[in-house]
Design a protein around this ligand. Structure first.
Ligand code: BGC
Length: 609
């Protein structure tokens, strides 16, 4: 596929365009503002090559029709042809990282961590295909997915975006997911973007956007490895990472971006920066722009400051500090992707095959998500065969996430940091709703706290506990500010520091309310089945000891029904840990998770031995 981008029918078309383009038109192609910061008129006036929606940024009422309308307007502006402007279709990008989850009513698939436990590459391909259709339903062509991070330290707020701590599993998923999204570049395809290049999952203390200290051999073996199958599968774009490697920021890393990724690994698509990612290269923005372009980034996600970005690139070219050959290379790559994807031949977004399609958020896609939920659940404990439950059992359902579709979905759902209610997730089922549908004698604890539990009235309780939604650095768990000071001192460049999620991986410390609910019910003499919704493995020794059965549900997404499918034995558990489970909090020592885990990589019980 990489050779496709260099094939003669594509390069001829690109050469013809390039020959006609002014410098401003070229720089415009390299620029990607956020939708809130640019109008369709800007797209035309500045020849913008792309626009994105950041997490939670949505037009109108955030329904597919609003997105299609917005994309029609941007597309029409990009296609106007006159003396000052060439018709080059705009490409719009979103974070459809677990379904097209920014948009109301989308099918929300489990986050990657759960999919890792499912260990099913064929399922991954179907998820990617369904996701592509829900993206296309909104008139969008490009998703910043899949994340190929190989998360090592569970303090990292982006753990759940990672399929596994094991690089081989991430590698096994890369090609099927890309194949599903890009679907032979036909009418059912969107452009994929593997991210974040490279070493995002390896930062010290799991600090988001932090420092990854590794030998080149280790970097290649663990973090670079999954990019090989993605490139072989023809992934068209790759996003640079905020983290640094041995002190140097990836966004300014010519060796990693140009020498390794493009020259050595043969990546012919284009590299997009992360959100204002070049800003951290230098305190001086003009310098930062030069470093980013010269390092090999081709398109720049410059959310608001895009006019300055454009002006600076121009000044650099005029001064000779950025060679025109570098600009031509970047634009050639961007245009090659647009041509290969068939963007020039597609009608306006509203006239495309899948726009506003009824399959969006529909039963077929939700069935795939439900299958993914049941395959991703990992059974950690099942004392006295508490599970499977009988459908006619008197089940008390409690815990803060028992009836909360927002919690189930986690970050990057409707809003960047996720949502915490049922109403915002339209369609789908909470865990409670899934149980209710098949167990007529089940009841929802009145206050959620399980204080209404009684051995006379309840045979068993299902308690849904865990973390509440977060995304990126706001999900980091940090023992103290010293880890940030230490990270900052290792990095050449600036470190962005966000308020962390908490200071401990121990659930009893970060969410004591969960153990309280379990104990309320236990004290009443009712056995507890605990289901944990979380973006990472947590230290759960106390909760585990007090529960008769324990299930790791990760962030299952909108289809809570998939949990009931397994709870009642209609399906067996087949999820296996793609991250070893920690026995204790071992800050700063990712390897310690491996040496003495509570449950090893690959662990998971089943009903059938
Ligand atoms: C994240 C990326 C994401 C981008 C656009 C950044 O903050 O690091 O993963 O694709 O925002 O929303």
């Amino acid at each position: 596929m990489t050779s496709l981008l260099k094939s003669s029918h594509i390069s001829q078309r690109v050469d013809e365009l390039l020959a006609r383009m002014t410098l401003d038109q070229k720089i415009g192609q390299m620029t990607q503002p956020e939708r809130m910061a640019c109008t369709p008129q800007d797209v035309k006036d500045y020849h913008l090559g792309s626009v994105l929606s950041g997490g939670g940024s949505c037009p109108g009422d955030n329904l597919p029709a609003d997105w299609v309308e917005m994309n029609d307007a941007y597309w029409a502006a990009s296609m106007e042809a006159d003396d000052d402007h060439l018709a080059i279709p705009l490409i719009y990008g979103v974070d459809a990282i677990h379904g097209n989850s920014n948009v109301r009513g989308a099918t929300v698939f489990p986050h990657n961590m759960g999919l890792g436990a499912a260990n099913d590459p064929e399922l991954l391909k179907r998820i990617a295909q369904a996701t592509a259709r829900e993206i296309l339903a909104t008139g969008v062509d490009w998703t910043f997915a899949p994340t190929l991070a190989v998360a090592q330290d569970y303090h990292w707020g982006r753990c759940y975006e990672s399929y596994s701590k094991n690089s081989d599993l991430v590698s096994a998923y890369a090609a099927p997911f890309v194949a599903g999204l890009q679907d032979n570049l036909g009418d059912d395809a969107v452009v994929g973007c593997v991210k974040h290049w490279v070493g995002d999952g390896g930062t010290t203390n799991g600090i988001d956007q932090g420092e990854t200290t590794l030998s080149e051999e280790q970097l290649r073996a663990v973090h670079i490895a999954p990019y090989h199958p993605a490139i072989e599968q023809g992934v068209l774009t790759i996003m640079a990472s905020f983290n640094s490697w041995n002190g140097d920021k990836c966004h300014g890393h010519k060796y990693l971006l140009t020498d390794v990724l493009k020259d050595e690994m043969g990546f012919d698509g284009y590299i997009i920066s992360d959100w204002d990612g070049i800003d951290y290269l230098s305190e001086d923005y003009f310098t930062a722009v030069g470093l980013g372009v010269n390092a090999g980034i081709d398109m720049f996600m410059v959310s608001e400051d895009w006019r300055n970005f454009i002006a600076h690139v121009r000044t650099h070219v005029e001064a000779g500090t950025i060679a025109i050959s570098r600009i031509d290379d970047a634009v050639r790559r961007i245009l090659s992707v647009k041509v290969a994807f068939g963007l020039f031949d597609k009608p306006r977004p509203s006239e495309r095959k899948w726009s506003n399609h009824a399959s969006y958020g529909g039963v077929e896609h939700r069935a795939i998500a439900r299958e993914a939920v049941r395959k991703s659940l990992v059974l950690l404990k099942n004392e006295d065969q508490t599970l499977p439950l009988q459908n006619d059992a008197r089940i008390l359902v409690a815990g803060k996430s028992a009836h909360n579709r927002g919690h189930q979905c986690g970050g990057f759902t409707v809003a960047w940091q996720g949502v915490r209610d049922n109403e915002s997730i339209e369609g789908g089922t909470s865990v409670w709703e899934g149980i209710q549908a098949v167990a007529p004698n089940a009841s929802l604890s009145a206050d959620g706290l399980g204080l209404d539990a009684s051995a006379e009235q309840h045979d068993v309780a299902v308690v849904v506990i865990g973390e509440t939604p977060y995304a990126e650095g706001m999900g980091d768990v940090r023992s103290g500010n010293d880890v940030i000071v230490q990270a900052g001192s290792q990095i050449k460049g600036l470190l962005k520091v966000l308020e962390p999620y908490g200071d401990s991986l121990e659930l009893a410390r970060s969410h004591p309310e969960d153990l309280a609910v379990i104990n309320n019910i236990r004290r009443a003499g009712v056995p507890v089945v605990a289901i944990m919704v979380s973006g990472r493995p947590l230290v759960i020794n106390q909760e585990l000891a007090e529960s008769a059965a324990f299930i790791a549900a990760w962030l299952p997404g909108s289809e809570g029904q998939g949990v009931a499918d397994v709870l009642f034995g209609e399906y067996d558990f087949q999820g296996r840990l793609s991250f070893p489970w920690p026995a204790a909090e071992q800050p700063g020592d990712a390897d310690a998770i491996e040496n003495g885990p509570l449950f090893p990589f690959g662990f998971g019980l089943s009903y059938k031995a």
